[in-house]
Design a protein around this ligand. Structure first.
Ligand SMILES: Nc1ncnc2c1ncn2[C@@H]1O[C@H](COP(=O)(O)OP(=O)(O)OP(=O)(O)O)[C@@H](O)[C@H]1O
Ligand SMILES: [Mg+2]
Length: 258
């Protein structure tokens, strides 16, 4: 189910501003890839090109290639809505649909895809909530609003919503930055379990988190404000944190800048 992503010569624009330049990398299936780097270097921007969310932004434009198991996500005949189903996304702030029940939050994507059978929906809701390690906490209140959950629970609800449509890749943009340490560990445990089935890319500002959860780490940097961000290096997480090839990576992870 998990798929590999191959990016080559990717340039990403907001109108005439080139935000990211010349990114080439491979993201392995059944593994966690962390994106790290200083604010503004383009981590979120690159992440959004992996499921064609970037082009939703006015002026958003991409040059280069993104292949999902060899298939060009930007080919003319590819439907971006289908891409977003295959490549799911979890955002920085938990964003459950506030007036919807917990059950409907998880089932929303399936209903959108035309699934109406109640038994089938219930089955997927339970499976997804179990997958997101939230089932035991919510099984007796499935018909209460999603907004009534704690921040950490809401983020796990968003993960349940994302996995309910059975994506092959899960993109997460700083999924723990609004969470307390206990909820953060719960999400990290979950990421560890999910990677057996999914390709996972996580943006994080937390170096310990990158070191804890990821198998490979990509370090992005930019020379100066107004310059495009670039991928400095991508390697196994232990190599990046213990013996990076580039001096800029070493400086960043040892806290000398950024
Ligand atoms: N919607 C937008 N319109 C115009 N420029 C944008 C937009 N979003 C981001 N940018 C610019 O693109 C560059 C990369 O931004 P991006 O948000 O990808 O950085 P980031 O690495 O995710 O930073 P952070 O760590 O602060 O989240 C920045 O110069 C930013 O100002
Ligand atoms: Mg960002």
């Amino acid at each position: 189910m998990a798929k590999r992503i191959d990016v080559s010569d990717l340039d990403i624009f907001y109108g005439s501003f080139k935000a990211v330049e010349g990114v080439s990398m491979s993201i392995e299936p059944r593994a966690v890839t962390a994106f790290i780097g200083p604010s503004g270097c383009g981590k979120s921007t690159v992440l959004r090109t992996l499921n064609r969310m970037h082009e939703v932004i006015p002026g958003g434009r991409v040059e280069g290639k993104v292949l999902l198991d060899g298939q060009d996500l930007y080919a003319k005949d590819v439907d971006p809505v289908g891409v977003r189903r295959t490549v799911g996304m979890v955002f920085q702030r938990p964003n459950p649909f506030p007036t919807m029940t917990i059950r409907d939050n998880v089932a929303a994507g399936l209903k959108l895809n035309g699934v109406k059978n109640k038994a089938r929906l219930d089955e997927v809701v339970e499976k997804s909530l179990k997958g997101a390690n939230l089932w035991n906490e919510v099984k007796d209140r499935l018909d209460k609003p999603g907004a009534g959950l704690s921040g950490g629970q809401q983020q796990r609800l968003c993960i349940a919503r994302a996995i309910a449509v059975e994506p092959q890749v899960l993109l997460m943009d700083e999924p723990c930055s609004a969470l307390d340490p206990i909820s953060t560990l719960a999400i990290e445990d979950l990421i560890n379990e999910l990677k057996e089935r999914y390709t996972i890319v996580i943006v994080t500002h937390n170096m310990q988190q990158a070191a804890r959860v990821s198998d490979q780490t990509a370090f992005f940097n930019l020379k100066a404000t107004g310059q495009p961000g670039k991928l400095v290096e991508l390697d196994s997480t232990s190599k990046i944190f213990n013996n990076p090839t580039e001096k800029a990576t070493e400086d960043y992870i040892s806290g000398r800048f950024g």
